[in-house]
Design a protein around this ligand. Structure first.
Ligand SMILES: *Cc1c(COP(=O)(O)O)cnc(C)c1O
Length: 388
């Protein structure tokens, strides 16, 4: 196996890293190369590179069908998709979000003059705690953005109840949750709308890309206008807008990758099981498991390292990096401890105790279609030797 060095995996402290090549978290899953190249050929034959071309339209239909949702509005990336969705819903003032997410969830609000207010999360699911959300509501609150972290659905019904009680709009950042389900129904159809990222590092990618999905026809129309400068037909601008368009080449990648997404999920699920069985029984080390009755791409291998473990989370990260395994501390230190939010809320650690604890415990390991079982077993044995 070319990525692994010949030295015995017992020689952890040797000069050579255990892996000859870097093993990243979020290596791209790439579908059939011939399909992708044929799609690129079609784009060149059409001589239509962007502006809602046939490839993007086909991609939107394919995604909507896959998710069982009426409208998919493809965008250039997940962050712009969030910004446009936030604007199309008319959110303003304050919007409640978890701190424990990629910082784009908060940035998409702040960037347009809306104040993100951070609520705490549930220790077991890592998702927004509806009771904490309740305590953060003020007269200025206009909405809630739930995040389906690690592809595990947020507590959709409880969040919807909070939103309904206080007349707030609920939307979801579903960047991790392509192919996930909530009570058996695909993520993509909950709240006012849901936002996906198809960035190269996500389970399903279009290189860069994103989408907003909704069953609301009017909202979908507004999203389409905003994505294209507010143009309705030629020369007729009827709305403020920006440039959020997905290009044809990205849709070509998406169509190639969606065809193999189910097999990527199967590989990820099997890998997750290899990690779980090789890391079980280590005191203070937990491999996060997903509800087997729900769908999940198993893209994220999440470890929680608590005080009882023989090595700290940071010691494990440093060891793995030295062995060329680029494990990540997603989403350390938490959005509320990043700027500008740290300056805005210097004391927010006090109201986010679970976020604080988890941000010191979590470690993400590599997964994906290119990772072999032998590589996973080597990663696990490196971890075992370090905690002993
Ligand atoms: C990746 C990600 C985004 C941003 O998506 P981009 O396509 O990279 O702009 C937003 N939210 C979460 C939770 C993400 O993981």
């Amino acid at each position: 196996m070319k990525r692994v060095n010949s030295k015995s995996d017992l020689a952890v402290n040797g000069a050579e890293p255990a892996f000859a090549e870097l093993l990243h978290v979020g290596r791209p899953n790439v579908g059939n190369r011939d399909t992708f190249l044929a799609n690129i050929g079609r784009i060149l034959d059409n001589n239509w590179l962007t502006n809602n071309g046939p490839m993007v339209q086909e991609f939107e239909q394919r995604v909507a069908q896959y998710l069982g949702v009426e409208h998919c509005v493809a965008m250039c990336n997940g962050t712009i998709a969030l910004e446009i969705a936030i604007r199309a819903l008319g959110l303003n003032g304050e919007v409640i979000v978890p701190s424990w997410t990629f910082v784009a969830t908060a940035h998409a609000l702040y960037w347009q003059g809306i104040t993100p207010v951070f609520a705490d999360i549930d220790m077991d699911t890592h998702n927004l705690d509806p009771d904490s959300v309740r305590t953060m509501i003020t007269p200025r609150t206009s909405g809630i953005i739930g995040v389906h972290l690690w592809g595990r659905s947020a507590n959709v019904e409880a969040l919807q109840s909070v939103a309904d009680e206080h007349d707030l709009k609920l939307m979801f950042d579903a960047a991790h949750a392509f192919g996930s389900s909530y009570k058996g129904k695909s993520i993509g159809q909950f709240g006012e709308c849901e936002v996906f990222s198809f960035h190269a590092t996500k389970a399903f990618n279009t290189m860069e890309g994103g989408a907003v999905t909704t069953n609301n026809h009017e909202l979908a129309e507004t999203l389409r206008l905003m994505r294209n400068f507010g143009f309705k037909g030629y020369d007729n601008v009827i709305h403020p807008g920006t440039n959020g368009k997905m290009i044809e080449a990205c849709a070509a990648m998406g169509l190639a990758n969606i065809a193999s997404f189910d097999s990527v999920t199967e590989v990820n699920r099997a890998n997750h099981e290899v990690y779980r069985s090789n890391l079980c029984g280590i005191p203070g080390l937990k491999v996060l498991e997903f509800d087997s009755s729900e769908r999940n791409s198993h893209h994220y291998i999440v470890l929680e390292i608590s005080e009882e473990c023989g090595a700290s989370r940071d010691e494990l990260v440093n060891m793995l990096h030295a062995e060329n395994v680029l494990a990540r501390k997603y989403f350390w230190p938490g959005s509320h401890r990043m700027q500008p939010y740290k300056a805005l809320y210097p004391h927010s650690d006090l109201v986010l105790p679970h976020t604080l604890v988890l941000s010191e415990r979590v470690l993400i390991l590599p997964n994906g279609q290119q990772l072999s079982s032998d590589e996973i077993r080597l990663i696990c044995s490196l971890i075992r030797q370090t905690v002993q």
